[in-house]
Structure formats: C-alpha cells, structure tokens
Design a protein around this ligand. Structure first.
Ligand SMILES: Cc1ncc(COP(=O)(O)O)c(C=O)c1O
Length: 460
C-alpha cells in the first residue's frame, strides 16, 4: 500500500488527482463535474486510461515526445543499469553515457561539435540566449545583445523564453517580459502578408532583414527559429526562405539558433529539421524526442567556433559559460537518449517517417477534397496539420471551440489528436498530428477515419 491506498485503486487515484494535482495547460473548472484524464499504460502507439479505455495516440504523448513509442524495455533497461552504476554527478564532470551519447548524436550533425545538457526545451533555449548575451558582452560591450524570434513560433515556458514567443496567448498575463527580444513576421504562405511579392519565401525572409535594419544590425546578436513551426500551426518553410535567411544572418553577423525541440531526432524524416534546407546553424536545441520521454534531457548544441569564444582569454576568470543545470547531470538522460537513437537506427524509423508522412499527407489531402472546412493541409514527415476555416474563400478561421469539438470527438472515439490551442489570437484553428515514428498505414487510416467522422458530426 502506498500513500494510504493501493496503486490499482483507480477510484482513489482519480479522487486524489482531482483534489491535489494541478494539470499542465488545463482549465480546472470542468473537473468539478467530470473526471480528469489519467493515463496509466502505454504500448507501441496506444495508451490506456484509468477506466481501461484504449486510445490510438496520434500526438506522441500529447506534445510530440514519445517518438519511438511506449513500452520500450531496452530504454528502461539502459536507464536502470545506468542508475545502479551512477545515477548522478554534477555536469561539471563528464559521464560514460554522456560521452557515448554525444559521439552518436554529433555523427548525425556535421559541423556541430559541443553539447550542453539540461532538462527541458525551455532550458536548452535559454542557455543559447545566455550564450548570445555573453558573447555580446565579450565582443561588443553588450551592444549586439538583441535576439529575434518569429511570429507563431514557440520556444518555451519560462519568462524569458516566453519573451521569445510568437504565440501571444501563451505570454499573455505573464508580463512584464524580458527586454531585448524582437519579433519578425511569420512565413505561412496560406496567410500571405505579401500578396504582391513574386516569391513568397524570399519576401518572408526579407521581412526579417527589414526588422534587423530597423533595430540596427549592430544591436542584433542572434535569431531563433523553428525549422518547421510546430504548435503555431504546423508551418513548413516556403520555397527560397531558408537560403535567404542564412544569407541575411551572415551579412549582419547574426548567430542562427535553430529550435529543434519538436522537429529534432527524426520527426520530419531527417535526423533534424534544418537538414532538409541546407542550413548551417550556430546553435541547435532539442528536447522532446531526444529520449522519447523515457528520461528528461535536453541539449544545446553548438559549433567549435562558438565554443572557442568561451575560452579565449585564460587570464579572465569570467571567460567561460558560468551556467549550471543541476539535473543536466542526471545520467539517465544520455543513457535513455543513446538507446533511443539506436532504436531509430536499427528499425530504420527515418524511412518509415518519410513513407508514412507521405501517406498521411495524401490521406489528409483526400479529406480536404471532401470537407470544405479544411482550408489548408501542410506538414513535413510525421508532423502534419489541417487548418480549419469557416469559409474557404475568405479563409475565416474556424472558432477554437469548434476545432476543440473535433478533437473531443476523436478522443471520445479512441483517437488522440491535437490542435493549436490558446496560442494565437483568433487563429487556434489547426488540427495537429504527430504520431510515433513507428506508425503504420493501418494506424493512419484509423486516425484519418476518426477525423473524417468527427468533421461530419461537428460540421454536418
Ligand atoms: C518548438 C518548441 N521549443 C521549445 C519548447 C519548450 O519545451 P519544454 O516544454 O520542454 O520546456 C516547446 C514545447 O512545446 C516547443 O514546441
């Protein structure tokens, strides 16, 4: 017996949860009349709730994390073996799983050479912001300290990462935010801000240059961008966008930070999203899929050129990155991450992502032909979105409540899908799909059928 009741006494578990657990990202009023969802078990692509109901999880743990699927005993074994040998020592020292994992990771990231461990995507991103600020102090007396972020992108939940949120509803009511962060326009062609431009991708990138010129290039140190915007509406970059962004960064000596927290480690069909677009980043951050949620680990990866800036003056006692993440020293993280990458390699999961991603897009396009409420379908690999509109001609966004009704209908019928939620003012209208990289054709058929039926029921 634990805590006064047995762990298989589901009624008590639910009661205790309702009484004491503060769920993430959840309005709680509804739990006065309904039971909170409690997930108790997972296997492959399926999870079971406290009532024994089975769901096909089309969002990899709700927030695009469990990339290799549930119930991977080899990751659990690797973590257990490591914990018994050495569970923790501060990251000021190295570790065996740390060395083995970075060796494997950097094999997949030509041009990158240093890995800083921490625990969450927010933290990994904030490490970069600190590095950029420190570089600015060392090289320009603090002048080149501003960091650009993009409308619709998301980089984390701390006050400072929220200060780089292109999703205003996430940051609302949490101000005052941290100064020194400046927004650039989004690059979603479906919501084209430059209808007269010959090439949308170039125009969207040029809009970044305009912000740099307005702020003064001598004040801008870095830009943080998702390779494919995830929670902001699933936005793959338009043609021509990335080469121009890279060119602009080089022109003004601006460090390029790619946030791979969602796209990293296979989600888009390559090891990293940026590798689709020939980008040479200065920083890459990753978290969710790094260990598929079997342990908390995030990585801030950079180049030797950047790393060298933190050891340029041996006589200066402040000339190094003076940062620590206590739990960045947990050895379970790299042990799980190594086993996770080995599974992706051994099972050729990148190939599956590409094949199944194509199939999912094909099925979503067929759904769009059938349902007028789908205004746009887009994605990369196994991250796909369907934007719902109440009018295809005007592209009037579908109200969030209706979009959530579609999500709820799928859930009631045993399929968990996602949707942009409380992120963008008036624009939380994109259904999101990000099944585990092991997804099969049959799973995709089941997901699409659930959405098809839900659209039928909600919109007639
Ligand atoms: C692109 C992106 N960056 C960063 C984060 C923050 O990660 P975490 O929740 O692990 O702090 C998220 C979380 O959803 C994300 O989608």
């Amino acid at each position: 017996m634990e805590s006064g009741f047995y762990s298989n006494d589901m009624e008590k578990i639910v009661e205790s949860d309702r009484a004491h657990v503060w769920h993430h990202l959840t309005p709680h009023k509804k739990f006065e009349t309904t039971d909170p969802l409690i997930i108790v078990e997972g296997k492959g692509i399926h999870v079971w709730d406290a009532k024994g109901k089975r769901y096909l999880d089309a969002v990899s743990g709700g927030v695009w994390t469990v990339n290799v699927g549930y119930g991977r005993t080899e990751i659990a074994d690797a973590v257990r073996d490591q914990l018994v040998k050495l569970n923790y020592f501060a990251g000021s020292a190295g570790s065996i799983p740390g060395s083995l994992f970075v060796e494997k990771l950097l094999e997949k990231m030509p041009g990158m050479s240093r890995v800083y461990f921490s625990n969450s995507g927010s933290e990994a991103n904030e490490k970069v912001y600190k590095m950029v600020r420190q570089i600015a102090h060392k090289k320009t007396g603090g002048k080149k300290h501003k960091i650009l972020f993009r409308d619709r992108d998301y980089h984390g939940t701390t006050i400072t990462t929220l200060s780089t949120s292109g999703q205003p509803q996430r940051a609302a009511q949490y101000g005052p935010l941290t100064p020194g962060f400046v927004e650039v326009p989004h690059c979603l062609e479906y919501r084209n801000q430059y209808p007269d431009a010959e090439n949308y991708g170039i125009a969207a990138a040029d809009a970044i240059e305009q912000v740099i010129l307005r702020e003064g290039p001598e004040t801008v140190g870095a830009i943080v961008l998702e390779p494919v915007t995830a929670g902001g509406g699933v936005i793959p970059p338009p043609e021509g966008y990335w080469p121009r962004v890279q060119e602009i960064c080089r022109k003004y000596d601006i460090l390029l930070h790619i946030d791979e927290v969602v796209c990293g480690v296979g989600r888009t069909g390559k090891w990293f999203g940026y590798q689709h677009y020939g980008i040479e980043p200065d920083f890459v951050t990753m978290a969710k899929g790094v260990a598929s949620g079997y342990a908390a680990i995030s990585c801030t990866v950079t180049t030797e050129r950047v790393f060298d800036m933190f050891k340029a003056d041996p006589n200066d006692p402040m000339d190094y990155f003076r940062d620590i993440s206590t739990f960045g020293g947990c050895t379970a993280g790299p042990a799980a991450a190594l086993a996770n990458i080995e599974i992706i390699e051994r099972e050729n999961l990148l190939e599956n992502v590409n094949r199944m991603g194509d199939y999912l897009m094909e099925r979503l396009h067929a759904l769009m032909a059938k349902h007028q409420v789908i205004g746009d379908v887009r994605g990369k690999g196994l991250f796909c979105g369907a934007e719902l509109v109440s009018d295809r001609t005007t592209k009037e966004p579908m109200p969030e409540a209706k979009v959530q009704a579609v999500v709820a209908d799928c859930m009631a019928n045993g399929v968990i899908i996602g949707a942009t939620n409380r992120s963008l003012n008036g624009m939380n209208n994109t259904l999101c799909l990000s099944p585990a990289l092991i997804v099969t054709k049959e799973n995709i058929d089941e997901i699409v059928t659930a959405i098809d039926n839900a659209l039928e029921r909600v919109f007639g």
